[in-house]
Design a protein around this ligand. Structure first.
Ligand SMILES: NC(=O)c1ccc[n+]([C@@H]2O[C@H](COP(=O)([O-])OP(=O)(O)OC[C@H]3O[C@@H](n4cnc5c(N)ncnc54)[C@H](O)[C@@H]3O)[C@@H](O)[C@H]2O)c1
Length: 473
């Protein structure tokens, strides 16, 4: 056999082997898991295997008592343990962290302080495996660094546990597929803990959107703009700066994207089709990395801006900036054909009088369609149109707290849905769709803002459910 023929044969065999092993077509030319087709970047999509079925609207058997094991007790995790102590029918069975002092602090300051029994302890890098192997845990709650979310979530599901995992659930498209596939194979929930969908303003605006008070919502904006300068030193082992130093793209898109996807019924009647993304160079990120890591390289641009178009032609703008000196901002803007909602920097609505019930406005009061509704009208709207899901637990949520109460509503809903055998508010497809943005935007930025197709993680089922809603018993 000639040398050229031999090389081609070996390449073809390697490609075939790759397809057999991963179930996807790898583009060996660029060494990446995407191809460029008609000037659009298309990521590989693995096939469903035998015995694997959709998790759309999946509900597990009701479990009156939910037994929870927590992995990751750094800045975020202990607050989750604390919040769970306020929910009836929750047992805190096990705690796990790399560091023994983090576990002890939660035992002492949260469990013992509330007169609850100490939980089983797991300490060390792979100790989470033993926690997941226990047969007295229903839910594994993961609040570790991004790099460990997927192996932990996969291991937990493969050992018969439902999973709740912090944001982003995964950092690559490939890992998003892994979460979808393992959830579909094991029939276990995999919820990403996107708390901003439970913020009081977002919940009010979602409720109003579903009631048609903005007309048709045609454009939405969301962001994560938060100068992390005071926190960079706090992440265990410098995981966050280390990740951003190595990765461009919108690496933390879920807080901005999640709430607007619920309004736009993503994979419940519409889907994200493609995106384009651009990024500035790194200025401040570079400075911090020089100080903390002694490197001159920094992949993540200071400001990343992404436009997404949906199948119905609607548009979403997403921004990411954790480096420059700006007030905290998640944007949260909804533009409808008959109204507008805006959270940052000023909470407000623009509405048409015809979309408010008769008698809602004071006698002789009129709305200006060029401006926000007056403050008294806004306050009345925020009170009266708060989503029933938030209204039910408003007082307790504000008392327990967690970003003003939204974190508590999130945990409360997770447990409520498990206890009542209902589909969760955020399914594994939400987790994948909102988390894949990091990898997709990176590919677009690396290719001069080239469009990137957003994978359909439902594999064609995105139009089966009509309209986003919270399940109630
Ligand atoms: N939703 C929100 O509003 C919000 C806010 C803050 C953080 N987060 C998310 O929470 C997660 C944790 O962030 P953080 O700020 O608490 O970081 P952190 O560094 O303070 O805490 C991470 C913890 O995970 C532990 N850990 C690491 N590897 C482990 C392993 N193999 N086994 C067990 N424990 C391990 C570390 O020891 C540390 O205690 C991240 O995913 C982050 O994005 C979400």
């Amino acid at each position: 056999m000639k040398k050229n023929t031999l090389t081609i044969t070996i390449s073809a065999m390697l490609m075939l082997l790759c397809i057999v092993i991963t179930g996807c077509k790898c583009d060996n030319k660029n060494g990446k898991n995407y191809q460029i087709k008609d000037n659009v970047i298309v990521f590989d999509e693995p096939q469903r295997v035998d015995g694997q079925a959709s998790m759309l609207e999946f509900a597990a058997e009701p479990m009156p008592v939910v037994r929870v094991g927590f992995i990751g007790l750094g800045m975020r995790g202990p607050d989750a343990v604390y919040r769970m102590t306020f929910i009836d029918g929750v047992e805190i069975v096990a705690l796990c962290d790399l560091l023994p002092e983090n576990v002890e602090k939660v035992q002492r300051d949260i469990l013992e302080a509330k007169g609850l029994p100490r939980a089983a302890e797991y300490v060390g890098e792979t100790a989470y495996e033993q926690l997941c192997e226990r047969d007295d845990i229903d839910l594994v709650y993961i609040a570790t660094n991004w790099q460990t979310h997927v192996p932990m979530a996969v291991y937990a599901m493969q050992h018969g546990k439902h999973v709740a995992v912090e944001v982003p659930a995964a950092t690559t498209v490939e890992d998003c597929w892994k979460l979808v596939d393992v959830s579909e194979q094991t029939r276990k929930h995999c919820m990403m803990l996107e708390n901003c969908t439970y913020d009081f303003f977002e919940m009010t605006a979602l409720n109003m959107a579903k009631l048609g008070m903005f007309g048709e919502v045609i454009h939405a904006e969301g962001a994560y703009i938060h100068n992390l300068e005071p926190y960079w030193h706090e992440y265990q082992g410098n995981w966050r700066l280390d990740y951003n130093q190595k990765h461009g793209g919108d690496v933390y898109a879920t807080h901005g994207l999640g709430p607007v996807c619920q309004v736009l019924d993503i994979h419940r009647g519409d889907k994200m089709d493609y995106l384009v993304s651009m990024s500035t160079p790194s200025y401040n990120g570079k400075k911090i990395a020089k100080e903390m890591m002694g490197t001159d390289d920094f992949a993540n641009g200071d400001m990343t801006t992404t436009m997404i178009q949906t199948h119905k032609g609607k548009t979403i703008l997403i921004e990411h900036n954790v480096y420059t000196y700006r007030p905290y901002n998640r944007l949260y803007q909804l533009t409808g054909t008959e109204g507008f909602a805006n959270k940052y920097p000023i909470e407000g609505f623009t509405l048409m009088e015809k979309n408010l019930p008769e008698g809602f406005l004071e006698e002789g009061q009129h709305l200006n369609v060029h401006g926000f509704v007056p403050k008294d009208v806004r306050d009345k709207i925020l009170k009266e149109y708060l989503h029933p899901v938030a209204k039910n637990v408003e007082e307790l949520a504000k008392q327990v707290g967690g970003h003003g109460g939204m974190d508590f509503i999130m945990d409360y809903r997770l447990i409520y849905c498990l206890q009542n055998g209902l589909p969760l508010d955020e399914d594994v497809y939400d987790a994948a769709e909102w988390s894949c943005i990091g990898d997709l935007t990176r590919a677009s930025i690396d290719n001069h803002g080239m469009p990137v197709q957003v994978p359909d993680f439902t594999r064609g089922d995105w139009n089966k459910v009509q309209g986003y809603k919270h399940a109630m018993k």
